[in-house]
Each structure stands twice: as C-alpha cells, then as structure tokens.
Design a protein around this ligand. Structure first.
Ligand code: PMP
Length: 443
C-alpha cells in the first residue's frame, strides 16, 4: 500500500464509523518533522492541527526523541503502573518547578490514565469526595472529553443525544462568548453581565442549583471555537467561587504548557484554581495526563482513582524534555508574539471579507468564525454561522498543503493550533495559504 488513497480506503473499510479526523483530513501520513507532515506520495503539509494542540514542539523534536532514546539506553522500565521511578521523579520535579510560586508548596499531583478525559474524570471525583457534594457547574460550549462523565459536563448537545443517562446535577452556565453573547447584547458589558448572572444564581436558594462540588471551565474554549474568556471574567469567577467555598477546576488540557502565551493559561488572569488538569502537550506527544490540586482537597482514599496506564515512562521523559525546552528557549513568549502576529494578519483579512465574522484567540490558539453576511444580524450584532464555508476553506487549505481543523458550536470556526516552535516566516506562509483559500471559497 503506497498511495494515500489505498491506505485511506483500506482503513476506512475496517475502522469504526465513529472515526473522525480522516473524514475531513483525507491523507495518510508517512513521515513527520517539526511543523510538517508528509503524505504517502511525498506531499508536504503545514500541520496547524498538531494533534489537536498536543505537539508543542512539533513532530519528533530532537529534544523529545533524545529523551525517549535515553529511557531505552538506561534500560528504564517502560511500564510501571504508578510505581516509583527516577523518570517519574524528574517529571514531578520539572512540573512542580513550573507551578506558580505560592501554589508549589500546596500542590499535589495525581497521575491519571493516558487521556485528558480520564484526568477530568479524576478531578470530578476528587472534588465530589472532598466536598461531599455532587453537582457540577459547567459552561455552555465547553469541551472536556468523550467519556460519560466528561460528556455530561461538555456543552455540546450533539454527541449526548443518542447516549443519554449522563451525570445528573450538571448545571450549564453562560460562557462569555462575546461574539454570540448569551444575553444578546454583545460588547464589553456582556461578560460583566455573565458574571453578575452567575453570582446571583449561586446566591438564590431557589435557583434550582444544589450546592456545587465545583465549577469547571476552559479559560479559552478550544473545541467550542477558540473563545477566550475575558481576563476580568476569569478573575470574577475566581472571586465568586472562592467567596462561596466552591472549588474551581480549570481544564488546561488544551490551553496548558505554553499554548496561550503563558505556561498555564490561568496565569494571564493572575489567578490560581484549586484544581487544574493537564494532558496533550504535557506528554511531549505521548499519552499522559495529570491532575494538579491544592493539598487541602487531598482527602480521598488510596486507590480512589486508579488505572493501568498511569505511569507511562516514555511520556514522562518526553514531557520533562518538553517543559525544559519550552522554558529554556522562551517558547512561551514566542507563542504570545506569534499569536499576536497571526491575529493581526487575520484581522486585516477580516476587513476584506465580510464572511469573516470574528477573529479571536490567545497565544497560538486562534479561531476565525465564518458567517453568512447576507442573513440578518442577531441583536448582539453577529451574522448566522456558516459551517459550509468553514469546511470549504478547510478543504481549500488542505489542497494547498495546510492542515487546519474546523470546530466551534456551529462548526463554523476555522482553528489554528500550530506547534509553538513555528517561526514568523512559517506563520506568514500559513497565513498566505489561508488567505488564498478564503478567496477561493467565498462565492
Ligand atoms: N479537555 C479539553 C479542553 C480538550 O480540548 C480535550 C481534548 N480535545 C479534552 C479535555 C479531552 O482530552 P482527551 O481527548 O485526551 O480525552
């Protein structure tokens, strides 16, 4: 099997109908290096999906490869459940050295199964055990995974409809999606109203909300469409939860490890949650997830969260190397700078194309929301979402050698998640391909 088509057809025949990415990104990847992947026929693509934000250092980064080879050379165990090893010690040291000062001494870490979803499950169990409460406050448009528990607290209704029987006592609150303001007003005031609304709801004994075990959100909704919550809103959520003794969980699965221009995205707001969850980039491209939390919450029993694959040594070594490389090479500041550069170019493009309804993001987590400007605006000033156009742009980019993902609540957001190592020149090239694709897609 040597062609893309042969491989795609072969795998399509035997893989589940739930298979997702190959439907929109129809290539077979033969090799990968840095921010590029090469298909079976030798065509090279810019990979701005990067494992849905996993590949902070791009594909097969020498620092990561070296760390993995070292594990083999030193005859370290490859599988250890959650037993003690020097590789794990190095990882924990590097992780703790990265935590905000003040939190470092209060922090505990729980290793989880290989996925972000598993760590979110663990975080939910932790806060429920610690508070003795069951209800969870979560947000419209949020995404936390595809297990029963994480699906229950995710805002997107689509995947839930046919499953049902999900975690009860889950309350959805309005996320400050200012472009499509949940209160229909838009603009500056929108996030302030969201905060007031949430505060009032929590103080109203008849609101129908049981005393919550936690509030959980992403500081930038990723799958929900690259929607950054305003800094002031994040600070308000911290104040509101703190004043009422509600543990705050921040899902850093996609935003963490430099993606937004800070090592942890909550640092933008100068806040520290009680619990946060890391996966994706923390494993340096291999599966790993952890929950980091305040030790006051550490009152669950031994074995309260278990799982066979909680000690992936390769992933820990790759994760340690990734954290070190990011810090030593100032990639956090670089991600911030690159993000601003791309946002500026995209905003320029927005003034040429009324089909671009919104351009937004934080660091290298950027979204472009496509709309239909021929249809009337809502009261908050946004035109209806245009998922067909977003998907046409994705295909036009793909033809030109650029892999981007489409997401968002209405499937109308083209998302940029390039590796943090992307250079200014590469980013400009990515932008110019995107620009051509937009021109070719708008009819
Ligand atoms: N939380 C967020 C914010 C995510 O973006 C994702 C994955 N896209 C998850 C949780 C779930 O992670 P996983 O797919 O590894 O279960």
């Amino acid at each position: 099997l040597t062609s893309n088509k042969e491989l795609l057809n072969q795998q399509e025949k035997r893989e589940s109908n739930a298979r997702s990415y190959p439907r929109r990104i129809p290539l077979a990847i033969s090799e990968a290096e840095g921010i590029h992947v090469t298909d079976m026929e030798g065509k090279k693509y810019y990979d701005c999906l990067a494992g849905a934000g996993t590949l902070a250092l791009g594909h097969n980064h020498p620092a990561v490869v070296e760390a993995m080879e070292q594990v083999i050379r030193d005859k370290r165990p490859l599988h250890t459940l959650d037993l003690t090893t020097p590789v794990k010690e190095e990882f924990v040291n590097e992780l703790f050295a990265s935590l905000p000062e003040g939190f470092r001494d209060r922090a505990k870490v729980q290793f989880c199964g290989p996925t972000g979803g598993d760590a979110i499950e663990a975080a939910l169990k932790l806060v429920k055990t610690a508070t003795g409460r069951q209800s969870i406050l979560t947000f419209q448009g949020g995404y936390h995974g595809a297990t029963h528990g994480t699906m229950a607290i995710s805002g997107n209704l689509g995947p839930k409809k046919k499953v049902g029987g999900l975690m009860p006592d889950t309350h959805f609150l309005p996320y400050p999606y200012t472009y499509r303001c949940p209160f229909g007003i838009g603009g500056e005031e929108s996030h302030r109203i969201s905060a007031r609304y949430i505060e009032n709801l929590l103080d109203d004994p008849e609101s129908g909300i049981l005393p919550p075990a936690a509030m959980i959100f992403e500081t930038v909704q990723g799958e929900g469409g690259s929607i950054p919550a305003p800094i002031e809103w994040l600070q308000e959520m911290r104040r509101i939860t703190e004043e009422r003794g509600i543990p705050l969980i921040i899902d850093e699965v996609q935003t963490g490890i430099g993606r937004t221009g800070k090592l942890f995205s909550f640092e933008h707001a100068g806040i520290v949650p009680d619990v946060f969850v890391l996966s994706k980039a923390i494993g340096g491209s291999l599966p790993l997830s952890v929950v980091v939390y305040d030790k006051d919450l550490d009152c669950w029993e031994p074995g309260a969260h278990i799982g066979t694959f909680r000690g992936n040594q390769m992933a820990m070594a790759a994760g340690t190397a990734t954290l070190k490389y990011i810090k030593e090479n100032d990639l956090i500041q670089h991600a911030d700078k690159m993000g601003q550069r791309l946002l500026k170019s995209l905003s320029g493009l927005q003034s040429e194309f009324p089909e671009i309804g919104d351009v937004r993001g934080r660091g290298l987590m950027i979204g472009v929301e496509m709309v239909d400007p021929s249809l009337p605006q809502s009261i908050s000033g946004s035109h209806p979402a245009n998922p067909e156009l977003a998907s046409r742009i994705q295909q036009e980019c793909f033809k030109r050698g650029l892999i981007l993902e489409v997401g968002g609540r209405h499937g109308a957001v083209v998302r940029f998640l390039p590796p943090l190592i992307i250079t200014g020149e590469q980013l400009d090239e990515v932008f110019s391909i995107f620009k051509e694709a937009v021109s070719a897609s708008v009819v």
